[in-house]
Design a protein around this ligand. Structure first.
Ligand code: ZN
Ligand code: ZN
Length: 537
């Protein structure tokens, strides 16, 4: 949920506006957004939102923000196209005001002059910001690595950064994500040798899963497919739409005739097909998770196929990812993942030496490490200590919500503003539910709880008798016809699932929860907490 407000007198700009995906403990919550209380209180001062790049943790809350506070949004073409894609799921009262910018461009917003500086990162069209204020220059790096050989040959504009450093920078805010990794992060190009080896020796289908925003990686798969004479099917909603956006903006080169319709992918000889698919994190409803349990409309993975997870395993997702890998391994596919050498994935964030490089070029008077856990911010702060001899006066390690105040006398921490998270149901801004504790309490007290209880025979995998529907505090639940209908829904969900899905309780619970939720919301306009219980008998 990256978001920074920069205020001079009565004018404020917002840098980035991110969301986060809820982890398993936020039961039933679809999205988590930043609490906008402070910004709403100061709404009249907000002049614009300025975006550094298109990752969800930097743009995901823009639709939610715009539904509350209507201001212009600045960003590069790709970043704004990704915001626009998200906006399609919302209905805003006002047309959003997007202002497209290019690297090296300078825009004036109130008392601020903002220059966009190209940086290298795992997503294309990423920028750092040089914000000139009446008090001095603030550099905000956004997310970056210093990739000396980016695959699109768009170099990190270190010159411009250095020039600001030469003229004097008041405050540097810099990405701390990899502050515990020594040395340099490998170039995006380092992924190619390993991927090439896979294409070279694969005798059947090659299935590559990557983040849909990772255009560099998608380009690599397209290039290798062309070299090794394979056609490519693009599978998964986000993968398809982001690929289209990047292509239409000239950021992705799709060789003529290489694309294959998903429904044709199984008709070609297996050694002539590569598949690009979303779902690296084992999200239960993603395309790859469905392929893993052999329940995808168009694609299946068989004996001898090669599946590549070209992404980092995000902590918290291990169980879901390994379960998915197990499913595909059981079916005889070779699944490649993790940090082998040469790598299948490289980080988009710079390591210690790259952080030092940026610190040394910018040589700020004040430094505030951003983006990372508190331990990483602290480590990044330590890295800047040597700059004390080059004019660094103070480093501020800030907690979320803390205020840094700078005036003619200097810089200091100055209290806290309200921050936090807002949980949202089903991707609609109308469904804001305050804090999750309140949310669960509300669910339980107003809408009650529904427990579909399903008994599955350990040996046959079959349903033992009709599903039970137990409810508390959910009035309609005592209604016979309603219970009958809900039983029917659960039974149909089970029938529509194949053997492999049925053995995966995680998948089954999610499917039952989603189907039943849809039914109950439609019938009753209420949102009870739904917790499927599966018993093996
Ligand atoms: Zn990023
Ligand atoms: Zn980020």
């Amino acid at each position: 949920m990256n978001m920074t407000a920069i205020r001079y007198a009565e004018d404020m700009i917002i840098v980035d506006c991110g969301m986060m995906f809820p982890d398993a403990e936020l039961l039933g919550v679809d999205l988590v957004m930043p609490d906008l209380t402070f910004l709403k209180e100061n709404q009249a001062q907000i002049r614009a939102v300025v975006l550094t790049h298109g990752h969800e943790d930097h743009i995901g809350a823009v639709p939610y923000f715009l539904s509350e506070i209507d201001v212009p949004v600045y960003g590069t073409d790709f970043t704004l196209a990704l915001v626009d894609r998200r906006l399609e799921e919302y209905e805003l009262d006002e047309e959003p005001r997007f202002i497209k910018v290019k690297p090296k461009q300078i825009v004036e917003i109130g008392p601020f002059k903002v220059e966009f500086i190209h940086v290298t990162h795992s997503i294309v069209s990423a920028v750092a910001l040089a914000i000139t204020t009446p008090l001095g220059v603030i550099i905000h790096t956004g997310d970056f690595k210093v990739d000396p050989t980016p695959t699109d040959n768009e170099l990190f504009d270190l010159h411009t950064l250095a020039e600001y450093g030469k003229r004097g920078v008041l405050l540097l805010l810099s990405d701390s994500t990899n502050a515990d990794r020594p040395g340099y992060t490998e170039s995006e190009r380092a992924v190619r040798p390993r991927m090439e080896e896979i294409f070279n020796r694969a005798e059947r289908r090659v299935v590559v899963s990557a983040f849909s925003s990772s255009i560099h990686r998608i380009q690599l798969v397209l290039d290798l497919a062309q070299e090794y004479n394979r056609r490519v099917a693009v599978i998964g909603r986000s993968m398809v739409s982001v690929t289209e956006i990047a292509h239409s903006l000239g950021l992705l080169d799709i060789p003529d005739g290489i694309l294959l319709r998903p429904q044709d992918a199984m008709d070609l000889p297996p050694d002539k097909v590569a598949i690009l698919i979303s779902g690296t994190q084992g999200e239960p409803m993603s395309a790859l998770a469905r392929v893993a349990v052999d329940n995808h409309k168009h694609i299946s993975v068989d004996e001898g196929d090669t599946v590549v997870l070209s992404a980092r395993i995000i902590p918290g997702n291990e169980k879901a990812i390994f379960r998915m890998i197990d499913h595909m391994s059981r079916r005889g596919a070779e699944v490649l993942y993790g940090s082998m050498n040469p790598p299948l994935h490289v980080s988009g964030h710079g390591s210690i030496e790259e952080m030092k490089l940026v610190l040394n070029l910018v040589r700020p008077r004040y430094f505030m490490p951003i983006h990372g856990e508190f331990r990483q911010l602290t480590k990044h702060a330590k890295l800047a200590e040597h700059l004390k001899f080059a004019g660094l006066e103070e480093t501020f390690v800030m907690d979320t919500g803390e205020v840094l105040e700078i005036d003619h006398h200097g810089g200091r921490k100055a209290g806290k503003v309200t921050v936090g998270r807002v949980c949202i149901d089903s991707g609609s801004v109308d469904d804001v539910v305050q804090e999750m504790v309140i949310r669960d309490r509300r669910h339980l007290s107003e809408d009650g709880i529904v427990l579909p209880i399903i008994a599955i025979n350990r040996h046959s995998g079959r349903l033992e008798g009709a599903p039970e529907i137990v409810s508390r505090g959910f009035n309609v639940g005592e209604d016979e016809a309603f219970v009958e209908a809900a039983r029917g829904i659960v039974a149909r969900t089970l029938e529509g699932s194949n053997q492999e899905e049925k053995t995966d309780w995680g998948v089954m619970k999610e499917k039952i929860r989603a189907d039943l939720k849809r039914h109950i919301v439609k019938q009753t306009q209420r949102r009870p907490l739904i917790m499927p219980v599966i018993l093996e008998v």
